[in-house]
Design a protein around this ligand. Structure first.
Ligand SMILES: [Zn+2]
Length: 684
């Protein structure tokens, strides 16, 4: 990668030289990149003209209560790299309107430059801009009650240090995990001392089913989800007016040590009240909303309402582009409504795990109502159209949010998009089929594309028409035919370049950062290929420890290439004495299954191994064979089964191809200037 880096620097310097007075950030980072066209500029100008910029309350709320910021905008990871870097987004700290960033997104990303320690009200403080999420400190009788300790130990620790410096040193006595997504618990080891936890000095409180979902949500389809992060989160894109311009929820995700400490107290009931370090708190479980396990908290003595990630300064994902189960928009709306009537009638401040607080009961109610309404509106209006025949392939062009909400900022689409939330809702109720027989068993894109290209008269004609559409600013039309050409002719460089140019303009036009990033990432990969050495952030030992054995066994069934197991069949009894579990594992019909609590009378193989030792197999530190060889695992029966099973296992690679002709040896790839390290999986 060093050579590639050097080439990039040379290219960038050459570009800057050619551009004369352009600063580094005003010059496009990619040698093949283009500035916005007149069509894109016009669309952004039109948006700018109608957006409600006169309403500046978000900016006032964003700045209110500022106490201090640290000197450096970079937080180092223990491993030496930058865990967090706000410097790279300082190009957004300007009055200049970029013509390659949607004005609504630019506004949101400017708000997300907030960085430092803030007072919410006396007794509640937040550190913002240190990670994807906020870390919140509520003053208890003897110490801090921390809500949501960020993604990485390094950023959470830095947050606590800032609090210590300006508010005095107090111990962390309790932690509340608002929900099961990693950006809300991964940094817990940065603020909690293991010894204090064991001695019972610290309580960790979480919603119902927290551990199950904290671990399981990203396992089964985890590799695909991580790959798709390249698109939704624009992992390859430099921070630039032409590249990554913020993530809507915050600027980015921290890359550091992700750990997990199991909660000591679970809120099981729909609503539970109890004291935490002398502070009376009411917890409202909201399962199946933003996360499968989530809860809001109301603190009556402070009239303070914590809305977790259920209400933030954006509309959230019903469907998230990196891939996740579609969420229930109506249920989400109903839980917000419950919070509005149970607590919102008297709450004087509302704060959350992303963005800024809202002060005053009127404002709290306004935001709760608007957010309640947008989730219900998406659900109801989409189904209203669906019941009149609108399909999943049309709804994104038809659904629109209500004008009264578009006139304000409380429901901007900075995380979920109208387009993909509406499609997600159709999918939630009806699944992927649009009821057109033509789409019932369609050809794969690589199989249908050559026929299209042939019938359109070949690549030259398509390129000519594609260019014509591009020149007219009809980018979505251009995509229709260029995508077919690229799928039919993956080595056609001119086709890939024109498609990349087209994606780039569409990307610039998007308000939603997930859409922007996905189009710009597509352009990037078409131009430069998929970089080699892209390594996902592996799950740390805490997360592996928290994996249930059946989840691990299920995942083995996914890793198994069943085509290699067609002639195999066997049963295994697995016993893990240290936690008292037993499993019956069967391979039959080229399928690996498992059931907890059962054993076969005549198993082909019996394995006895402590769960603690099995974890070494789960992390890949030690193989089953080694465990057997050194006596850690005891076996009875045909041990050869294990090597036969191992021979069917596939190691998933992160860099699989999404767009044709972007993987494999090519000169384009050699010049790829950007390295990818430490992808976190926030599962937002
Ligand atoms: Zn989050």
């Amino acid at each position: 990668m060093k050579l590639a880096r050097l080439i990039f620097i040379v290219a960038a310097v050459a570009l800057m030289g050619a551009a004369g007075t352009l600063s580094a950030q005003e010059a496009h980072f990619h040698p093949k990149g283009n500035p916005p066209t007149e069509h894109t500029i016009k669309i952004l100008e039109e948006a700018r003209a109608v957006l409600p910029f006169h309403d500046t309350r978000d900016f006032e709320e964003n700045e209110r209560g500022f106490i201090a910021a640290p000197d450096s905008m970079i937080i180092k990871a223990d491993a030496g790299h930058n865990a967090w870097d706000m410097e790279r987004y300082q190009f957004l700290d300007t009055d200049k309107q970029f013509d390659s960033i949607h004005p609504s997104l630019q506004r949101q990303s400017t708000l997300n430059l907030a960085f430092g320690l803030y007072e919410v009200i006396p007794g509640i403080y937040q550190v913002r801009g240190f990670d994807l999420a906020n870390i919140t400190f509520v003053k208890g009788k003897t110490g801090w009650i921390v809500f949501d300790p960020l993604t990485a130990a390094e950023t959470a620790r830095a947050g606590k240090e800032l609090v210590d410096e300006h508010l005095g040193e107090f111990p962390v006595v309790a932690v509340v995990y608002s929900h099961s997504h990693g950006d809300h618990w991964g940094g817990v080891r940065g603020i909690v001392d293991e010894a204090d936890l064991r001695s019972g000095k610290i309580e960790i409180i979480a919603p119902r089913d927290f551990m199950e979902f904290a671990v399981s949500e990203n396992v089964y389809a985890g590799n695909a989800m991580t790959r798709r992060l390249f698109y939704q989160y624009g992992v390859l894109l430099p921070a630039s007016p032409y590249g990554h311009a913020g993530q809507g929820l915050a600027q980015n995700v921290a890359a550091g040590n992700l750990g997990l400490i199991a909660p000591t107290r679970i809120v099981e009931d729909s609503i539970e009240e109890f004291e935490v370090d002398g502070i009376h708190m009411i917890f409202q479980n909201t399962p199946g909303t933003e996360a499968p396990s989530e809860m809001n908290t109301y603190i009556p003595s402070m009239k303070a309402l914590w809305m977790a990630e259920n209400v933030v300064g954006s509309v959230h994902n019903i469907y998230t582009l990196r891939g996740a189960r579609v969420r229930d928009s109506l249920r989400w709306s109903k839980y917000i409504n419950e919070a509005l009537y149970a607590y919102g009638q008297e709450a004087e401040v509302m704060f959350a795990s992303h963005h800024w607080p809202r002060w005053g009961n009127d404002r709290v109610q306004e935001v709760l109502r608007d957010q309640r309404d947008i989730y219900a509106h998406m659900n109801n209006q989409v189904l209203h159209y669906v019941n009149q025949g609108v399909t999943i392939n049309e709804i994104h062009n038809i659904y629109d949010s209500p004008p009264s909400l578009d006139e304000g900022w409380t429901t901007g689409f900075y995380h979920g998009s109208r387009e993909n939330n509406s499609r997600g809702i159709v999918n939630f109720y009806l699944g992927h089929w649009d009821a057109n027989p033509a789409t019932l068993i369609p050809l794969s894109p690589r199989d249908s594309a050559p026929l299209y290209v042939e019938m359109m008269g070949g690549s030259k004609k398509i390129l000519k028409k594609g260019q014509e559409l591009y020149d007219k600013g009809k980018y979505l039309h251009a995509v229709e035919i260029l995508d077919k050409l690229v799928f039919a002719e993956p080595k056609n460089g001119a086709a890939k370049d024109l498609l990349a140019d087209t994606y780039e303009q569409i990307g610039y036009q998007q308000e939603n950062p997930g859409l922007r990033n996905a189009f710009l990432a597509g352009a990037f990969e078409l131009r430069s290929g998929i970089p080699e050495g892209a390594s996902p952030k592996t799950s740390g030992p805490d997360v592996i420890r928290a994996m249930t054995t059946d989840l691990f066994l299920d995942f083995l069934g996914i890793r198994m290439d069943s085509r290699k197991a067609e002639d195999m069949s066997f049963t295994i009894n697995l016993v893990t004495p240290d936690n008292g579990e037993k499993y019956l594992i069967e391979l039959s019909n080229a399928t690996l299954t498992n059931i907890e609590g059962y054993q076969a009378d005549d198993a082909d193989l019996s394995i006895t191994i402590d769960r603690a030792d099995l974890e070494q197999v789960m992390t890949g530190v030690k193989s089953f064979a080694d465990q057997i060889a050194d006596g850690t695992a005891k076996t009875e029966g045909d041990v050869g089964i294990l090597s036969r099973l191992a021979s069917t296992m596939v190691e998933f690679e992160i860099g699989f191809e999404i767009l044709p002709g972007t993987k494999g040896p090519s000169e384009q790839k050699e010049s790829n200037p950007f390295e990818v390290t430490d992808l976190a999986s926030p599962a937002e």
